[in-house]
Every structure is written in structure tokens, then in C-alpha cells.
Design a protein around this ligand. Structure first.
Ligand code: AMP
Length: 398
């Protein structure tokens, strides 16, 4: 079902409540990475162009339910002012008389940033009274561009939608819903899912859901070793989740029974220690010495996975293939990034999600060659896992 988007709205003369994700890293009161603010600029610029009066809200960090200068959104508001090249007003509380007065003083195209919504414990409780107060700061129009919070039923994401006439997706949110929704709802085939990262436990739902939808799944990273151990193979000192062995066995059995193409690495780069300068060697699967740990996929796996990726028309990738933070063990992840970029140039749609795989793609300089880089780690995992996101469900249907 398609959702209302900011493009459908008439905003001139109206205060619009914009839930953004300005959850940026701060150091000594200065924003150290403004990516999240920049990502939402197209939505903000469109709202300004449309003559809206913008009331912006976000969370930042995990304050303990009360005001805490460490988590103030003021530095983010200052950063936004620079990026927009126009004044941005700030209210020191997201509800109450100051926020009300400052929102009412806005003229068409002007911007107000509210203080951190998580300074009120009611935010995470999705409290109705608090949501109503937030809604009172706009003229019946809500736009959500905070995909990273869409899996949370919080007041500024979900509760507020009850008290407005129109609840629409911002451009960033719309793009997330379109790409991920299409991949899991109606993918162009073959659809290849690539899953890596440290643990199976973080991605169980994604593995199970994508096994129902994708044509092939390529597993890498630390999670591969739990699958190896479940098959009775030696894994040396590699990362393993003992309590997930049964689950890994069940997933392997399901794949076999359904004739699903679930690929595991065929060789591994191993080292004696979890260290950037640890001497590395490559061994075949099942041959990891007792005193070594697997820290990356090997060249045979890179070739095998790259060939699968080259055939794909839809690619979803979440989680690195190895300990990519250490250059010696980053080769697998970088090679997969290259394969995904090449397939995309050849016409495939690619979606990369999860903080670490996104970092790896950025590190490799290939980000521009990926169709869609998902901004919300947790939200994209839940979406790929087949869950409905409350922040998306709550938006007005077209
Ligand atoms: P995740 O957040 O679950 O996507 O996991 C990302 C983390 O998994 C990164 O910090 C990687 O260094 C780590 N990782 C990937 N492969 C391995 C491995 N073979 N052993 C240990 N950690 C790994």
C-alpha cells in the first residue's frame, strides 16, 4: 500500500512537524559527522520551497529521560544553519510555551529545531498526551524522514500521527520504503542476499525471511563459523555462538529441503590472533588449525560469491565478510563491494544496509555505484526480516 509523501502535500502557510534523524556524533558540543543532517537536506529544502514553516524534532543519544546538555540538539541546529545557509531558530524544550511561541512566530520557509525529544520519558513510551502536545506545534501536517527510528513506536514517530490530518514520508524515508519494499515485495530476479557481520543472532529473522524470498544467500563474516561448527567442521578459535548451533542446523536443513542456494565460504583467511598485524594464511573450509581463527573469506570464496553476484538483478547486502577494520582482513569485504558495484553498473539494483557494510562500501570509494545505501541499521534489518515498521505503518495511506 502506498503511503502519502511530502511531494503530495500543500505546505504554504502551514507549520509542518518534521521528524528527522539528527542523532549525530558530538564531541565537546560540536557535530563530528554531519552525514545524517546532510541526508535529510533534500526533504528540508523541498519543505522550504513549498513554503512550509518547519518544526524539526529528533532524538539524540540515550539521555536518561531528562534534560542533559551532553545530548542537546543545539549543535545539530547550528550545523543545519550552516548547511542551509539561513537562520535556524532553536527551542530549549520540544514541548511547552517556548516551543509553542517559537513555532507560531515562524514565517513561510523558516525553520525551528526543537530540543531532544528523549529529554521526556514519554517519548519512548509513545505517551498520547505527549504526542498530542507535539502535534499541537504544527497545523495538522507531519512528515517523517527518520527511517532509522521507524522500527520504534515512539511518540514523535508513531503517536503523533493520531493527532494530525496528514502523516507523510519525507524523501529519505520514501526512498528507503521504495527500495527495500520492492526488494522484499517484488524483486527482479535473480535476487541474491549477502549476509555477514559478527553474529548469527543479530540476523536470524533476516536469514529466515530472505530464504523465503531470495534466490540465493551468500554467508560470510563471523557468523559463517557457527554454521561450520553446526556441520561438524573444525573452526579453531573462530567466533562461534554455541547457543545458536541448533538454529544454524535447522537453517541448513531447511535450505537443503527447499533446495535453496545457501552458500557458505569455501576458504578462509586465518590468523593466530585478533590483531591487525597478525600473520595471515588461507586455508580451505574444514582445515582451520586449532590455534587459528577465521577473520576473512578467502580468494576461492571471493570468486564463487562474485560469480553469483554477477548474475543477480537484485542484491541486498548487510554485514561485512570479515574483520574489515583491519586491512589484512578487509580484502573479502572490499572484493564483494566491487562485485556488487560491478553488478549494479550492469543493471542490477543493489541495497547496502547496516553500519559496518555501509562503512566498508564508503571506505572502498564505491558508494556512488550502489543503488541505495540504507541509513537505518536496526530499521532496515527489521524491514528485511519481514516485520512491519510501526513508523511506516502509521503514515497516511494514499
Ligand atoms: P555486524 O555489526 O553484525 O554487521 O558485525 C560487524 C562486525 O563483525 C565488524 O566489526 C567485523 O569486524 C566483525 N566481523 C566480521 N567477520 C568477523 C570474523 N570472522 N570474526 C570476528 N569478527 C568478525
Amino acid at each position: 500500500m502506498s503511503k502519502l509523501t511530502i511531494q503530495d502535500l500543500v505546505l504554504r502557510g502551514k507549520r509542518v512537524f518534521l521528524r528527522v534523524d539528527f542523532n549525530v556524533p558530538l564531541k565537546d558540543g560540536v557535530v563530528t559527522d554531519d552525514t545524517r543532517i546532510r541526508e535529510t537536506l533534500p526533504t528540508l529544502k523541498l519543505a522550504i520551497e513549498k513554503g512550509g514553516r518547519l518544526v524539526l524534532a529528533s532524538h539524540l543519544g540515550r539521555p536518561k529521560g531528562g534534560p542533559d546538555a551532553k545530548y542537546s540538539l543545539k549543535p545539530a541546529a547550528q550545523k543545519l544553519e550552516q548547511l542551509l545557509g539561513k537562520p535556524v531558530a532553536f527551542a530549549s524544550d520540544c514541548v511547552g510555551p517556548e516551543a509553542e511561541a517559537k513555532s507560531k512566530a515562524l514565517k513561510d520557509g523558516e525553520v525551528l529545531v526543537l530540543e531532544n525529544v528523549r529529554f521526556h520519558p514519554e517519548e519512548e513510551k509513545n505517551d498520547e498526551g505527549f504526542a498530542k502536545q507535539l502535534a499541537g506545534l504544527c497545523d495538522g501536517v507531519f512528515v517523517c524522514d527518520a527511517f532509522g527510528s521507524a522500527h520504534r513506536a515512539h511518540a514523535s514517530v508513531v503517536g503523533i500521527t493520531k493527532f494530525v490530518k496528514q502523516a507523510a514520508a519525507g524523501l529519505l524515508m520514501e526512498k528507503e520504503i521504495a527500495y527495500i519494499g520492492q526488494a522484499i515485495g517484488n524483486p527482479t530476479r535473480p535476487f541474491v542476499a549477502i549476509l555477514g557481520g559478527a553474529k548469527v543472532s543479530d540476523k536470524i529473522e533476516v536469514v529466515e525471511n530472505l530464504m523465503k524470498i531470495a534466490d540465493a544467500m551468500l554467508i560470510g563474516g563471523g557468523m559463517a563459523y557457527t554454521f561450520f561448527k553446526a556441520q561438524g567442521l573444525t573452526i579453531g578459535k573462530s567466533l562461534v555462538e554455541e547457543d545458536k548451533l541448533d538454529l544454524a542446523r535447522k537453517i541448513l536443513a531447511d535450505a537443503k529441503q527447499k533446495n535453496f542456494k545457501l552458500l557458505l565460504p569455501v576458504d578462509n583467511v586465518v590468523a593466530a590472533e585478533f590483531k591487525a598485524d597478525a600473520p595471515a594464511t588461507t586455508v580451505d573450509v574444514g582445515a582451520i588449525p586449532a590455534d587459528r581463527m577465521g577473520l576473512d573469506i578467502g580468494p576461492k570464496t571471493i570468486a564463487l560469491y562474485s560469480a553469483e553476484i554477477a548474475k543477480a538483478k537484485t542484491i541486498v547486502w548487510n554485514g561485512p565478510m570479515g574483520v574489515f577494520e583491519m586491512p589484512t582482513f578487509a580484502k573479502g569485504t572490499l572484493a564483494i563491494a566491487q562485485a556488487v558495484a560491478a553488478a549494479t553498473s550492469g543493471g542490477a539494483t543493489s541495497i547496502v544496509g547496516g553500519g559496518d557494510s555501509v562503512a566498508a562500501v564508503q571506505q572502498s570509494g564505491l558508494a556512488k555505484k550502489i543503488s541505495h545505501i540504507s541509513t537505518g541499521g536496526g530499521a532496515s534489518l527489521e524491514f528485511l526480516g519481514g516485520r512491519k515498521l510501526p513508523g511506516v505503518e502509521a503514515l497516511t495511506n494514499k
